[in-house]
Design a protein around this ligand. Structure first.
Ligand SMILES: [Zn+2]
Length: 294
């Protein structure tokens, strides 16, 4: 048994994190009215996203910033991809080039929760996912939980929005990536497209809950829809330079943010955009690789 614990300890030290779930004390509302919702769709190709029937995402895109040519950086798998989005730097800085957290430079390039918590210790930071690894990309979560399907992630998100007071809510949906691996990352694969349409339907319920909060609590929500990589065939690893894998999309919508088409951008622009919206300043010594989108 001692040997087992020793091995676990070594794994923890090597990987830098072993978070399974976190349920810390959920306090009263922070008083902050500016909020962020990030909807992450794992492995969602741009052409498939645009081909899918997604009325809720379409209306978000029509009144926000949309970019259909976003560089997600090299090492086209999930851990580097979500690390780039939530830590605001490419793999050359965060140090992750495969689906492992070993050797990360998270301490030097902290995630959005860690940055926010430093300035606002009372903020409530939620991460809900359908893939355990997603919880390990952030630290300082108030609450994080992994579910076995996308519908359960969405149901919990609605519950959180109705009962709790999140300042930042990260949602990660994984069934699009799973469908890509099982039957093909392609706009012509009905099974793959259906997962995107399901997430749009979930987003409808989530947006209704947000609109209710905006009306009764005078909150103002920034909403981001993004992905960590695309794919080709039934794969995406080692496809660093294939456009359909490396170049992705995002939508950024919030009060005071103009609606326009951005011709090119990078996933590293999302963290500076969130921080600008939240009035959290970071100086150039932070070494972020992106810039705010507005
Ligand atoms: Zn992924």
């Amino acid at each position: 048994m001692k040997k087992f614990i020793f091995i676990l300890t070594i794994i923890y030290i090597l990987t830098g994190c072993n978070k399974k779930a976190c349920k810390n004390v959920i306090g009263p509302p922070s008083g902050n009215s500016l909020k962020v919702l990030l909807i992450g769709i794992d492995g969602c190709r741009t052409d498939a996203f645009r081909a899918a029937n997604t009325p809720h995402f379409d209306s978000l895109a029509a009144s926000g910033i949309r970019c259909w040519y976003v560089d997600r950086g090299p090492y086209t798998v999930s851990v580097p991809g979500w690390s780039t989005i939530l830590h605001g730097v490419f793999p050359a800085k965060h140090g992750l080039i495969k689906n492992s957290f070993e050797g990360n430079h998270y301490a030097q390039y902290p995630d959005v929760f860690t940055i926010a918590k430093k300035v606002h210790p009372d903020w409530q930071l939620f991460s809900l996912t359908n893939w355990d690894g997603f919880m390990k990309v952030t630290s300082n979560d108030t609450y994080c939980e992994s579910f076995s399907n996308d519908a359960a992630v969405a149901a919990k998100a609605v519950e959180v929005l109705n009962k709790d007071n999140p300042d930042i809510l990260l949602l990660h949906f994984d069934e699009t990536d799973a469908a890509g691996h099982s039957s093909g990352f392609s706009p012509t694969n009905r099974e793959y497209i259906k997962t995107i349409e399901n997430i749009d339907e979930y987003a409808g319920s989530i947006f209704t809950a947000i609109q209710h909060r905006e009306q009764v609590a005078a909150e103002k929500w920034l909403i981001i829809v993004c992905t960590d990589h695309g794919g080709e065939g039934t794969s995406h690893g080692d496809q660093d330079d294939i456009p359909q894998t490396r170049f992705v999309f995002f939508i950024v919508n919030g009060p005071g943010i103009p609606a326009f088409d951005k011709t090119s951008a990078a996933n590293t622009d999302l963290l500076p955009t969130m921080l600008k919206y939240l009035n959290i300043s970071v100086d150039s010594s932070a070494g972020l690789d992106g810039v705010a989108l507005y």
